[in-house]
Design a binder for this molecule. Sequence first.
Ligand SMILES: [Zn+2]
Ligand SMILES: [Zn+2]
Length: 417
Amino acid sequence: MRIITDFHLHSRYSRACSKELTIKNIAKMCERKGIQFVGTSDFTHPAWREEIGRELEPIDGGAFQLKDQSSSTRFLLSTEISCIYKRHGKTRRVHHIILFSHLAGVDHLIASLQARGCNLKSDGRPIIGLDSEELLKHVLEADPMGLLIPAHAWTPWFAVFGSQSGFDSLEECFGEMTKYIPAIETGLSSDPKMNWRLKQLDSIFLVSNSDAHSLDNLGREANVFEMPEPGYQELRRILVERDRTKFIETIEFFPEEGKYHVDGHRVCRFWCEPAQTKKLKGICPKCGKPLVVGVLNRVDRLADRPLDEQPKDATPYRSIVPLAELIGGAMGVGKASKTVKAEMDRILSDGRSEFGVLLDLPESELTRITTPEIVESICRMRAGEIQIRPGYDGEYGVVSLREDEGTKRKEQQASLF
Ligand SMILES: [Zn+2]
Ligand SMILES: [Zn+2]
């Protein structure tokens, strides 16, 4: 059975997150999106830990279900922890996704972090002073079946390979514990193809998750596994044993759409490709301050394989644009508008899910349920025929369909984007 999984997201107890992020709402939204297996997120936060215990119960295989059985969505225990520490004379900021097999392990980790003086109460994604290697030791001590995966590995300010406060290799960050790292998360600003350029990543998996701060963003990136049913034990086995036959594909943002794809300076509204940054000697031509080096540039610096070469046995991926954006673009209205919502509801009736519509539904079937403009948008997305103004220095990229016919619809898109 094909299981779509998203295990990096947040609860309403994380900073800048929607108040609607409750366990029940997440379960319901996952059904609409077509996600069968989703992370609880934020399990070290006391109030959210309490909600997890109140709403969910364990079932076989290390998955959790709603106690009232009102949803088919299955959960796995997940959180994100941000570490800030000094190593080799530099301040490091690295975010980590942590997955656990049982609640007793979660409580063990909470107790051991609190004993080290970590503040877990003020944020669902806590910031702690442990280094990454030490955190991994705490994780495995609390649950030997636990996993730690570096989150959005290329984000300039908060990641293992980040240009501003990261490292050049996993070994530099995790030392002797590196062998316990089964994967890195590529993040929105990079896709697998970019990561294939680093030979040091050939021996691990590349995973993708939404890092959603609102219900609508759930599943904007995801992992597709072949599993008999959603289960943490099997997910862990696939990752740890590098079972390529069961890790079918990842579903990706177009990386240009991510917030840190190219180099730039947001306050000056200036961005450029890595070659231009080199010519500018890394300095913003508008204000004279250093440019924030994006993911494309950073990957290029650490790469030891040419762009057009693909490693053996790489996991395939598909790139998507969220359905609301496609509909908004095709109809010439904002993606959060009532018009888009109404059309979404129409398209996603009769038990159809967003992933089903974006990835699987044949064109003939799409034509039956929605407008020709939306069908065309979906087909162009599937063919990769889109234009993007790339994201930089915390500013999301902007997607539009390829301009060709100069139709009225195109003009509407131009005004939208
Ligand atoms: Zn996050
Ligand atoms: Zn500037």
